[in-house]
Design a protein around this ligand. Structure first.
Ligand code: SF4
Ligand code: SF4
Length: 238
């Protein structure tokens, strides 16, 4: 029972973080529009908690639709990360290589996309939310993110990972497939190793904020700290 209450708290906190992220990003002028979806590939990554959130918020019909879409798509090649965002921060701090797996958008479109529209848009993971560009990607051949927007998205990625520290991190489609076949319980989602190609979420070793953005992100970071503290106690190292 305690575990379920804790999971519910974490899921609610995650939703608050998403809301804060969407609000922070509204300050920028992005070219992203409905049905512009070149960024919706099979290579999105996520935390286990974000899958638990999605399962909690969607009704049975929508979850069934996901199951059908995943089955129809089959086992396509996907980006399977070696490293999380906080893992990357730790590697940088320790002077280690921060190499990751190959990632190629030509491996395919996300099966949850229908006529250029995301079928789970309100509950999509942060890995989808952070994909934005000030010029249409198709025109520029890549996404164009203002430096400050990049800092904000990185900070949110770090806090969302921290919220699920010890939980699993990996391919969005791999974790969705796992969750469709397994009932979520007090252990919510498996730890690293149980699903091939996944790794483990870490606590924040240090926030990756360039010196020129420290002051500008202070309030945002304080809000994120407050939200996380309600779940796991003081964030002494973040
Ligand atoms: S990130 Fe690029 S492809 Fe995705 S919605 Fe924005 S402009 Fe379109
Ligand atoms: S879940 Fe939705 S937003 Fe994310 S990649 Fe798939 S279609 Fe796009």
């Amino acid at each position: 029972m305690t575990c379920i209450v804790k999971l519910n708290n974490a899921v609610d906190t995650l939703e608050e973080i998403y809301t804060l992220f969407d609000k922070a990003m509204a300050a920028f002028s992005f070219a992203c529009t409905k049905q512009c979806a070149d960024c919706c590939t099979c290579n999105v990554t996520t935390t286990g908690l974000e899958i638990a959130y999605l399962q909690d918020r969607l009704d049975a019909g929508r979850l069934d639709d996901i199951r059908v879409r995943l089955a129809r798509a089959g086992q396509t090649r996907r980006f399977r990360p070696f490293q999380t965002t906080n893992g990357f921060a730790l590697a940088c701090m320790e002077g280690r290589d921060a190499d990751d797996q190959e990632n190629d958008p030509s491996w395919g479109t996300c099966p949850l996309l229908e006529d250029g529209i995301c079928t789970i848009y309100p509950v999509r993971p942060l890995g989808c939310r952070v994909m934005m560009s000030t010029t249409p990607c198709r025109q520029a051949g890549q996404a164009d993110m203002p430096f400050f927007a990049l800092t904000i998205t990185t900070v949110f990625m770090q806090f969302v990972e921290h919220l699920d520290a010890g939980g699993v991190y990996g391919s969005f489609l791999d974790l969705l497939e796992y969750a469709q076949k397994n009932v979520l319980d007090c252990n919510r989602l498996p730890k690293k190793g149980k699903i091939p190609g996944t790794t483990q979420n870490l606590k924040i070793p240090a926030l990756m904020i360039p010196p020129e953005h420290v002051e500008k992100t202070r309030n945002l970071v304080q809000s994120l700290r407050r939200m996380i503290q309600e779940n796991d106690g003081p964030l002494s190292s973040a």
